[in-house]
Design a protein around this ligand. Sequence first.
Ligand SMILES: NC(=O)c1ccc[n+]([C@@H]2O[C@H](COP(=O)([O-])OP(=O)(O)OC[C@H]3O[C@@H](n4cnc5c(N)ncnc54)[C@H](O)[C@@H]3O)[C@@H](O)[C@H]2O)c1
Length: 300
Amino acid sequence: MKIFFTGGSGFIALPIVRKLLEKGHHVKVLDLRKPALEHKNLEFVKKSVNEDIIQDIKGCDYVMHFAAILGVDNSDNHPLDTMRVNLEGSVNVFKSAIKAGARNMIYSSSSEVYGEPRELPIKEDSTKGPVSTYGVSKLASEIYAKAFNKEFGSDIRIVRFFNVYGPGQLDNWVVPIFLKRAANNEMITVFGQGNQTRCFTYVEDIADGVLVVMEKGMAGEAYNIGNTQPTTILELAQLAKEMTGSKSEIKVMGYGNETRLREREIEYRVPDITKMRALGWQPKVMVREGIKRILEARKN
Ligand SMILES: NC(=O)c1ccc[n+]([C@@H]2O[C@H](COP(=O)([O-])OP(=O)(O)OC[C@H]3O[C@@H](n4cnc5c(N)ncnc54)[C@H](O)[C@@H]3O)[C@@H](O)[C@H]2O)c1
C-alpha cells in the first residue's frame, strides 16, 4: 500500500513510518522538515498541510494525518496559527484526500479533547470539554472528520493519544524536562501539589496501537490509545531523580500566575482502553521501563 503521511517527520510519526516501511508499504511524508530516516520506499514532500496537496496525494491508498502545532502553552500563545494548521490544515487534508481518491485515513487526536474528565476512566464517548486552544483545534477537526465520513462516505478513524513520551521527544515536554534537570542536578519544579495524574504512554506502544487501528479498527471509529498506569507528576519527578542517580531538589511550586493557573490544569486523566483491548492491543511499556529505555537511548 502507498501511505501519505502528514507530519511524518515528527516524534510520534517516525516510529510508525519505520514500522510501515518494515511491513513493505511505501510511505510519502509531507512535512516542513525532512524525516530522520532513509529508505528506498520513503518519499519526502516539503510542504505545509495548508497548501494545495491534492496532486501530492494522488496515487496514495491511505492517509495518516499527524501534522500539527503542539503544546498547550505554545498553542495558547499562537491561537491563530494553531487554528490555521490544526483545524484548517486538517480540513484541507481530509478534503484533498477525498478528492484524490484516498478515502481511508487516520487522524491523530489527543486526550486534550476531553478536558477535565466528568467520568473515570475516560471512555471514547465521554463528555468532551477542551480547555486549551490546542484541544479545541483537535476536537473541531474530529467533528469535521465525522461530518466528512457521513457526507462523502470516507473512513477517517480517530486515535486519541494519552501523554506520549519516549526517545527523541523535544526538551519542552515534562518527561525530557525532568530527566534533563535531574541529569544536571538542577532543581525539578512541580506545579500545584504535584498530584496531577497522567498515564504516560511509551511512543512504541502508540505506534503499535495506530497500526492495529489501521489494520483491525472499525470504520469511522475513535480509539483511546494510552497506558492505564496512573502516575502523579510528583512521582514522575521522583522517578527521574532516582533513575538518574541525581541530587536534584524537587520543589513543589503551587499554582499562580508565575507558574500555572489551577483552572488550566487537568487533575486526573486515565483512559478506558476497552475498545483497543478488543482489537488485541494493550500497552507493554510501563513508565519505569520507558524511562530506562530513554536513558539507554541517550547513552547510545
Ligand atoms: N506528543 C503527545 O503527547 C501527543 C498527545 C496527543 C496527540 N498528539 C498528536 O500526535 C501528532 C504528532 O505529535 P508529535 O508529538 O509527534 O509532534 P511533533 O511536533 O514531533 O510532530 C508534528 C510534525 O508536524 C509537522 N508540521 C507542523 N506544522 C506543519 C505544517 N503546517 N505542515 C506540515 N507539517 C507540519 C512538524 O514539522 C512535525 O514534524 C499531532 O497531531 C499531535 O496533536 C501528540
